[in-house]
Design a protein around this ligand. Sequence first.
Ligand code: AMP
Ligand code: ZN
Length: 114
Amino acid sequence: MDCLFCRIVSGEIPATLVRETDTTLAFRDITPKAASHILVITKEHYADVATLAQADAKLAGEVLETAAIVAEHEGLVADGFRVIFNTGEYAGQEVSHVHAHVLGGEPLGPMLAK
Ligand code: AMP
Ligand code: ZN
């Protein structure tokens, strides 16, 4: 198993978990890009959000549900937050296991760097 996030799911690599459901896991990003930066993944391996959404729309919805609950627990809802799914090379996806970035806790700036 050479997938980093599958290794986090199996417990082989430690992570700071913030929420776990039957099908999803939420943990803190190891290099936070905002005051609050959490990753939400499926326990089952899917390469990216496009693959997941077309294979299992219910599970894709569960990722969003976990992202929303995490945002609420982190206190991000009142001021706003961002959910990002980097998908493929142009988006700079580094880990080929679907993950939602939940970002907030401070103003996040423009949507894109350019
Ligand atoms: P992406 O570029 O969208 O594929 O995002 C991958 C994210 O995974 C980056 O924000 C990394 O900081 C994060 N990351 C990499 N390794 C770990 C790890 N062991 N635990 C938590 N987050 C990680
Ligand atoms: Zn995986």
